[in-house]
Design a protein around this ligand. Structure first.
Ligand SMILES: Cc1cc2nc3c(=O)[nH]c(=O)nc-3n(C[C@H](O)[C@H](O)[C@H](O)COP(=O)(O)OP(=O)(O)OC[C@H]3O[C@@H](n4cnc5c(N)ncnc54)[C@H](O)[C@@H]3O)c2cc1C
Length: 490
């Protein structure tokens, strides 16, 4: 195929699309990336002998990665590690629950707080399973030619699921379980969509099925960045070119097609096909100047929570931490309702801690741990200044030290803090929103920014803010959908 392809951004969506396109015979592909190295949010930080995964630390639907490599004629280069337990949840009253996929073991965890847990959870998961399998192929793994096509597709989903589109995941949990602990823990998946369970429609309980029954959670031996390293190595072999520290700032068109894009150094890049892996909504606003995506209208859309992340290299081994840990307070509803729209730091933050050195010894010097701490916070629409980032980091580190019984603060070897400001500035995440556009019913399927531009016939999109949505396996699906479109229309 002699057509030249230009890809803006080098996130997972871009890398997977480039790989699929080379497989379909596209030989002349260039990737332009604003950051100094590939991967987008799936990135890596190194400091003082410690290596940290910068964003994602695990994923579901591992078969999507396998499909990618198989479709591209490659032996799967990744070694997948299944998480068991999936994670550990710590409440501020000292109660601690290991979340196992084995329902008998899980029932034993909740024995004291939720009578007849196994019967209740089986019923809850049966329904979640039905929603997943009734929507996976019809809604998630489909290209839509507009809203009408999407709505027609929706009519193929059994009507029995419809009511759950109109009430919240929390309400569904209230109908299914009695204990606050079970409800809170099962609702944590809503945060993977970047929203609270009080505003997430109950149909997304399908995520409880994906974590507990379907394929579970996985990470990659050697760290999550192995995914990027392996993809980029293969793309180099296939002749794909990469230019880093290169930001696309302008799109040049003839009104019907993009003819070239201009980068921040003033260089014009011509191509036949353009794929955008930058945020599909804000690119349309900032670069294409579309009236539907002005700053005012972008701000009025629903965006996922922003990440506040801390990367700590710590001397000593911390027994009180597993590989994946949540630390929660005792005011879940109040916290979730208010905290993300405030302009101040939370006093008692809820956060997630990942310690990849527990299973990947190379990530930290001997006798040390690497801690990745993620605290969801308001995006830059609500909290504009993060000058007080150090203070929030101190609060979290003190709290964590107390809860795991280890003097973390006095054993820090290295520390990096990324507030929503850095996430916005380094990767162009709109207002620092971590997962891109939210997944309410008005922003999914035919209502999400499409993967094919509305006006310019050779412009396509891939990634978290176009269809189907956010998260690593879903972005891999996005690469399959956009490749199908490009190949069909070539
Ligand atoms: C802190 C954090 C934790 C997460 N944890 C998980 C997890 O555990 N599991 C999971 O499945 N998902 C997780 N996610 C979500 C996951 O990272 C994303 O859904 C996924 O990586 C998005 O990939 P993408 O293809 O949309 O590209 P992105 O990662 O958004 O990459 C887009 C790339 O485009 C570049 N770019 C943007 N604008 C321009 C421009 N104008 N010119 C040139 N380049 C440009 C950016 O610099 C970036 O490199 C997490 C996200 C964050 C932020």
């Amino acid at each position: 195929m002699s057509k030249k392809v230009l890809i803006t951004g080098s996130g997972l969506g871009a890398l997977a699309t480039a790989l699929r396109l080379t497989t379909k015979g596209y030989k002349d592909i260039t990737v332009l990336e604003k950051y100094h190295q590939p991967g987008g949010r799936l990135n890596q930080l190194k400091s003082d002998g410690f290596t940290f995964d910068m964003g994602p630390s695990f994923f579901s639907m591992s078969y999507e990665f396998k499909e990618l490599f198989e479709a591209c004629g490659m032996k799967d280069p990744l070694e997948y590690q299944k998480l068991d337990p999936l994670y550990t949840v710590n409440f501020s009253n000292g109660k601690r629950y290991n979340i196992f996929t084995d329902l008998d073991k899980l029932a034993a965890e909740f024995e004291a707080v939720e009578p007849h847990f196994k019967t209740k959870v089986e019923k809850y998961l049966d329904n979640a399973r039905a929603i997943f399998h009734d929507t996976e192929n019809i809604v998630i793994k489909q290209n839509f030619d507009g809203k009408l096509h999407y709505l027609l597709q929706l009519t193929r989903v059994p009507w029995k699921h419809a009511p759950r589109m109109f009430y919240s995941m929390w309400k569904d949990l209230e109908n299914s379980f009695e204990s606050n602990e079970v409800k809170v823990i099962f609702s944590l998946v809503a945060f993977f969509l970047g929203a609270t369970p009080f505003e997430t429609p109950a149909v997304y309980k399908l995520l409880n099925y994906t974590e507990l029954q379907h394929d579970g959670y996985w990470n990659v031996k050697g760290g999550m960045y192995r995914i990027v390293e392996e993809l980029v190595a293969e793309l180099h072999k296939r002749g794909v070119k990469f230019e880093y520290n290169t930001e696309v700032v302008e799109c040049i068109t003839d009104g019907k097609k993009v003819t070239a894009i201009r980068d921040n150094k003033g260089v014009e890049h011509k191509a036949d096909i353009f794929v955008v892996n930058a945020d599909a909504a804000s690119f349309r606003g900032k670069i294409l100047k579309r009236a539907r995506y002005t700053e005012e209208r972008l701000d009025a859309m629903d965006w996922t929570l922003a990440p506040f992340t801390i990367y700590l290299g710590v001397k000593g081994k911390i027994e009180g931490l597993n590989h994946h840990n949540y630390f929660l307070g005792d005011n879940f509803k109040e916290y979730a309702d208010d905290i993300f729209k405030l302009s101040v730091n939370p006093d008692k933050p809820y956060y997630y801690v990942n310690v990849s050195s527990k299973s990947n010894a190379d990530c930290a010097p001997e006798g040390c741990e690497n801690l990745f701490i993620l605290c969801p916070v308001p995006d830059l629409r609500y909290k504009k200044s993060w000058d007080d980032a150090e203070k929030l980091a101190e609060t979290i580190i003190d709290d964590l030290g107390k809860r795991v019984g280890y003097d973390i603060a006095n054993n820090i070897v290295t520390k990096i803090i990324l507030s929503p400001t850095e996430w916005q500035n380094s990767l162009n995440l709109y207002r620092g929103s971590g997962l891109g556009l939210a997944h309410g019913l008005n922003q999914i399927g035919g209502f999400r920014p499409a993967n094919k531009d509305e006006e310019l016939s050779n412009l396509y999109y891939v990634g978290a803010s176009t269809t189907p949505g956010t998260g690593l396996p879903i972005v891999v699906i996005s690469s399959r959908l956009v490749t199908e479109r490009i190949v069909e229309e070539a």
